[in-house]
Design a protein around this ligand. Sequence first.
Ligand code: AMP
Length: 424
Amino acid sequence: MSMDYSLPRGTQDILPDEINYWNHVEQTAKHIFSLYNFNEIRTPIFESSNLFNRVISESDIVKKEMYTFTDKGNRELALRPEGTASIARAFITNNLSRAPQHSKLFYKGPMFRYERPQAGRYRQFHQIGVESIGSDHPFSDAEVITMSYRLFTSLGLRNVKIYINSVGSDTCRPVIEARIKQFLASNLSQLSENLQEKFKNNPLKILDSKDETLQTYLSGLPDMREALSQQSKDHFNFVISYLDHLNIPFEYKPTLVRGLDYYTETVFEVVSEDLGAQNSICGGGRYNNLIKNLGGPHTPAVGFAFGMERLIMLLKKQSIPIPKRPVLVYIAALGKEYQMECLNIAEKLRNNMINVTIDYSKVDFNGHIKLAQKMQADYMIIFGEKEFESKQVSIKNLANRHQDDVPFAGITNYFQTILGDAHV
Ligand code: AMP
């Protein structure tokens, strides 16, 4: 029997060609988050299964998709399917409630769900998320929504839409559920088995069904904001007025409910019309009871997470340019006897923060230039017998073919002058 070393289903390698997109998104996110004073937190990739079992309810599909395993010490562990539960756990474990200011955190990393793979849906995927923990002020909701909007627009994305809704507090929830049930009761027999089960166990989840006939029917649903308590109404209205004040374009979407059940009050989603079936890039909302439910102090919080793979798909689809990698200098030794000298030049340039590559297998001009072009180098330093005798190298701009002779001692200076500060 031959061994199967193929890539596990639903995973992918991210190759150097692709990584510029990843770095660009991660750096932009980090930059935007720091403008709002959000700081990075890193938590383990696996946690006790109980953590996710506690925060993800039975009706959430994510629960059935969890990668769980027993370790050699018989501990029940799970690869994290999402970030919020881990951050809430870390908040409690590390007593972050004692911090002087409320905790504004961001994280990035792989998440794992045993889903049926398709375009934009993987078993290992990557999220970047933020959690603003410790404030129940609607300004915090507006702040994270604004931050997500700023991030996606800074990346240059077009046709991005923000949908928002409120699912109310614990006390509103039964009222909302009763209204949904009342509205659907007479048509119950026409619903699919799956929807009938949701009707019984978690009627809120019916609202975001992809079933088109149901969606048409749901457009007649009475305004659910009426079912909210005064406090929840006020909260939601404040969020909306802050977003209006900040000129953030959003749309109220009464059928928006999030996949995970721990949300209270504000929920929101960022979608793109350009993504096809899996059109959601980012989702989030408020979760006022989660930390308390995990045994921590009562701590209201709000956050969001977005998927890297989907976001990068969208950047490509919209042909959004990303910053080029730094200038690369290729050094070509035309003969083995010049390789040592080339090595010195390379190290000197690297000391000055200039990226350099040398290939020691090629010793002729044609071999070098072909390789330099293949590597998409920007400049080529040529060092052969002529250069050795005249004590100056030839530097070729590989884009426009322009060539200069530069004395050994002036090479660093040459690049510093043409690159300015751009390469730093
Ligand atoms: P969720 O944690 O389900 O609210 O998802 C938040 C975001 O993560 C989504 O908007 C997607 O961009 C991304 N995402 C969720 N599940 C997957 C998956 N299986 N593969 C790729 N991206 C995903």
